[in-house]
Ligand binder design. Sequence first.
Ligand code: PMP
Length: 438
Amino acid sequence: MSHAELLARHRAVMPAWLALYYDEPIEIVRGSGRRVEDAEGRRYLDFFAGILTNAIGYDIAEINAAITEQVARGVLHTSTLYLIRSQVELAERIARLSGIPDAKVFFTNSGTEANETALMLATQYRRSNQVLALRNSYHGRAFGTIAITGNRGWSATSLSPLRVSHVHGGYRYRSPFRHLSDEDYVRACVADLRDVLATTTAGDVACMIVEPVQGVGGFTLPPRGLFAAFKEVLDEHGVLLVSDEVQTGWGRTGDHFWGIQAHGVVPDAMTFAKGLGNGLAIGGVVARGELMDAITAQSISTFGGNPLATAGANAVLDYLENHDLQANAAKLGTRLLTGLRAATEHNEIVGDVRGVGLMIGVELVEPGGDTPNPRAAARVLEEAKARGLLVGKGGLHGNVVRMAPPMTLTEDEADEGLEALVAALESVRRETTGDATP
Ligand code: PMP
């Protein structure tokens, strides 16, 4: 089947709303380290796999061995009705790593399902269907998670099983509080939270859910301490705090293992997915035991925490720890962020360069102003691809270019990716401004 035929068949049989990158979408057929190859034999440095699937990288021998050992036993999965050793071990590890007192863990197959579970726990525990979320957030594509998502472009339906109020705090660049100092910004967001609690809710809110760094929202992050300030207010009202760590977990933010830790708070629950499986489908919730056990009816997850995924995930955690990848994320993240800021200082289509660890976003604007420029972001993706680099896109207006390379990234690869991205940004600046100087 040719590439063109595959694309035509994809379009015919898959939903129109399933997003595909690139004018000519690629089919990745092989991977090694931080590099992938497409069906046409073109090779790319992958600066986006890191949060999506391959937190660590492609074709890692230790992780392959853990998975194939399970395959060799001839049992890919039984059921959560039976004991699964690697599942219990993984749960214990995550409970310990979470820092949440008396933590318990429930495994799912995706981030969406993890957040749906967290919402169910919090609403059941508090006997309220009222939830607070951040503007510009993304939490999944099922009924409850779409309702809490604060990004119109990813909100498939306006119907909702929950009563949701969105507050400021996630997306500073386009907030009315943008030009305030960090301290005043936090103060303004706390005032907004108090106002929302007092006006648009009925008072007995179940939980607030936050992404410590908004992923789909374009790698936006609030000043450190915002969520600690929020927690003080939430505690006054008995509102639970849930941190969606689907993109920020496992040390990716560099200086902390979980994104929320940068704010000095311990949430009541955290949700995780994506990177933990390094490509295998696994997600879950880690929560205070009392909250987890708020459900009294019996339950089962057919595939959640299956032995293939949990054996792989244990190997991922081993690899992360043995190679101190969190420190690598901190070091190379700083190198990328600093390099990118310096190289784009005079690029008129670059409005903001931000991020932490290996989550770096470049917000593109119309030259000289701050009007969102989604066309430029789409063009930068194409220009980067032409230079052998895969990057991502995001933001409320689709105008943010995102970098999230695997955590095993090397210094040489960081520099190679940075050079390609800077060249792509420069090329799009020229075509946008009509700059023809050689
Ligand atoms: N939460 C966040 C922060 C995410 O970025 C995503 C996926 N983009 C999800 C939840 C949903 O995860 P999944 O696609 O695995 O359902």
